[in-house]
Design a protein. Structure first.
Length: 324
């Protein structure tokens, strides 16, 4: 990581940078703040320290993409370490213990950079241990060598404090440890299982039908509504050619179908803001009958991305300004 004069850090984007969340931006460098006053970080729910693990292993870039979105709800700490370095692995285990004491106020992501070198490159991790916080999608460096437990506690307290200031106050559920007797996950409802099985075989019509039946049975089934929206997106983009779609949209900026397809491809490819902004701009210049169609698609994409995602929150604000 490089530091600017303000003490902020910014990850250098590798050639594969688009594989990582587009929301990753700079944040205060916590490594410069150790020793300053901060909350004690004690969990308020009375859970006994060490009773559960809040460490999640990250083994692929795609998994990191998915789990990093949780930083829009609560603070994450990302530990990049070399599994071949015993001291680094031990330091991550010690960090895990300290985070477990916070009973879900922070979730630890642990990535062995020997197995996922792309993450080391993306965050410019040049040592066998690099630890940083993720707050609202922004990385904040903490330390890049083993440090005393008291200093780590102070840094974790600052992470919690910064998260509270940013209203990132959700707590996380413990991560099940292999071989331990945590409660089993509640199985998916039968219709949801049916939909996922259909998606596995590429049968979008059957998946759509299963989700619709689930909604008929329980209209408030939010997971079914999201599943239906995601099924629609997958079906629309599975045979689409990105280059051809972009060329068609560029040639016909007011062609609603062409613009809808590119927005779908943007969102499915991780360029969420580009896709949402495209549709908001299209709504602003479309006739009333087309405006309603584009708005319906935009609301579907909001469901696909997630109602609590900050990119959706911002897009809703822009949509309101365009409509009113």
């Amino acid at each position: 990581m490089t530091e600017n004069p303000l003490g902020e850090s910014r990850p250098h984007a590798p050639e594969q940078a688009e594989e990582l969340p587009a929301s990753v931006r700079s944040a205060p460098d916590l490594s410069q703040r150790a020793g300053t006053s901060a909350p004690d970080g004690t969990a308020s729910d009375g859970t006994a320290p060490g009773a559960a693990s809040y460490r999640r292993e990250v083994t692929t870039v795609e998994e990191f993409q998915e789990v990093a979105q949780l930083s829009a709800r609560g603070p994450l700490v990302l530990a990049l370490y070399s599994g071949s370095d015993a001291a680094a692995a031990r330091a991550v285990s010690e960090l895990e213990g300290l985070i477990d004491e916070l009973s879900g106020r922070i979730l630890l992501l642990a990535a062995d950079i020997d197995a996922v070198p792309e993450l080391a490159q993306a965050f410019q991790a040049s040592s066998s241990l690099s630890v940083l916080a993720l707050l609202g999608g922004r990385p904040a460096p903490m330390y890049n060598a083993p440090v005393p437990a008291e200093q780590i506690k102070d840094l974790l307290a600052q992470v919690v404090d910064l998260a509270q200031q940013s209203q990132l106050t959700d707590t996380f559920e413990p991560v099940a440890r292999a071989g331990e007797g945590e409660p089993e996950e509640k199985p998916l409802p039968p219709l949801h299982q049916e939909a996922l099985a259909a998606l596995d075989t590429g049968d979008y019509a059957a998946a759509r039908d299963a989700y619709r039946r689930a909604l008929n049975e329980q209209p408030a089934d939010r997971d079914a509504a999201v599943g239906l929206a995601r099924t629609g997106l997958l079906e629309r983009v599975h045979d689409a050619d990105l280059g051809q779609a972009r060329a068609a949209a560029a040639e016909a900026p007011d062609d609603v179908e062409a613009q809808l397809l590119v927005a779908d491809l943007d969102v499915s490819g991780g360029h969420v803001e580009d896709g949402l902004n495209r549709l908001i701009a299209l709504i602003g210049r479309s006739a009333p009958e087309a405006k309603n169609r584009v708005r319906e698609r935009l609301l579907e994409l909001f469901d696909v991305v997630g109602a609590e995602d900050p990119r959706v929150t911002a897009a809703r604000g822009r949509l309101m300004r365009v409509l009113f």
